[in-house]
Design a protein. Sequence first.
Length: 49
Amino acid sequence: ALSMRAGTLVGRIAQTIHAYPTWSLSTRYAAAQFFDRGREPARPARAQA
């Protein structure tokens, strides 16, 4: 619902930084299910240093 209202892609929402890690992870898992990747989370937007 959020992506449709904001006009963004699901993958972009998955890459968003959220206030609570559990919310961030659940969003990544939801995006992974949308893209049929099972429970593998979406890749981070930037490479971690």
